[in-house]
Design a protein around this ligand. Structure first.
Ligand SMILES: Nc1ncnc2c1ncn2[C@@H]1O[C@H](COP(=O)(O)OP(=O)(O)OP(=O)(O)O)[C@@H](O)[C@H]1O
Ligand SMILES: [Mg+2]
Length: 243
């Protein structure tokens, strides 16, 4: 088992990790070190096990075998694949305040943190809105703002682009890069290769294994060989945008 809370610049380490349900392995033999302050993407087709891996890292399900290490397990923010499932407030600002109220901050501090995060994710105009009236993109921004308000060191973002339009993609990329420039580490998942081109490092998942670990450019160059298709590839997306 990895030691915990060591300060060696490693935010997350996986060692021979096998994740799944009951006796069924979904992903096996995962070995990986994620450095502090990086944005790492897990990319794989639907059903590869991306959510299962994040749930394991978040401590919500147990590994089947092997181990993982987090530098700061108490300091993690998880944004679920469907952000609708994590709305807890009756208004946008209540939703952001929710976790803060358990931290015995003063009212002024809570208001300041809410203001900062509304602004950071460009949703100040939605402050008093009922979350059930928000679009998928706005909900995704709210989920990120609520996570960010807690200042976690590690973010787990499960497919933040899966439910939103292109207009919101750039805003989320920009916001996540800001989070990283504040010193956080970000793990993000995606089922489409063109959703990972903005990250620092891509881990490709297929057939229950890690099949690639490299830069987005390398990933793009190897994509067709690795996944045997052009659809959802960076090249496909580039051609699409030219149309
Ligand atoms: N609670 C569960 N119990 C048993 N099997 C499950 C459970 N949740 C998911 N699975 C199975 O585990 C496998 C991986 O699912 P998972 O949701 O982790 O994949 P994913 O890569 O996140 O897919 P997607 O891109 O659709 O979100 C799938 O075969 C799925 O059917
Ligand atoms: Mg998933």
């Amino acid at each position: 088992m990895y030691p915990r809370n060591s300060d060696d610049g490693v935010a997350l380490g996986l060692e021979n990790l096998c994740v799944g349900y009951g006796t069924k392995a979904v992903l096996s033999d995962l070995n990986l070190t994620v450095r502090n302050g990086s944005i790492v993407a897990f990319m794989g087709p639907n059903g590869t096990g991306k959510t299962t891996l994040l749930l394991t890292i978040a401590g919500m399900i147990s590994p089947l075998s092997g181990s993982f290490r987090l530098s700061d397990p108490e300091n993690m923010g998880f944004v679920l694949q469907d952000p609708q499932n994590q709305v807890v407030g009756n208004t946008v600002e209540e939703d952001i305040a929710f976790g803060l109220e358990n931290r015995s901050f003063s009212r002024n501090t809570i208001t300041r943190i809410i203001d900062e995060n509304l602004e950071r994710f460009s949703i100040s105009q939605l402050r008093r809105s009922d979350p059930s009236t928000l679009s998928a993109g706005q909900l995704q921004l709210l989920a990120l703002a609520s996570a960010c308000a807690m200042s976690p060191k590690l973010y787990l973002l499960d497919e933040p682009f899966s439910m939103i339009g292109r207009d919101y993609e750039a805003r989320i990329v920009e916001s996540v890069k800001k989070i990283r420039s504040d010193g956080a580490t970000v793990i993000v998942t995606a089922s489409r290769a063109f959703d990972v081109m903005w990250t620092d490092r891509v881990i490709g998942l297929k057939d229950r294994r890690m099949i690639f670990d490299g830069s987005p450019d390398e990933f793009s160059a190897h994509y067709e060989k690795l996944f045997g298709e052009l659809c959802f590839s960076p090249e496909f997306f580039r051609l699409l945008r030219k149309c």
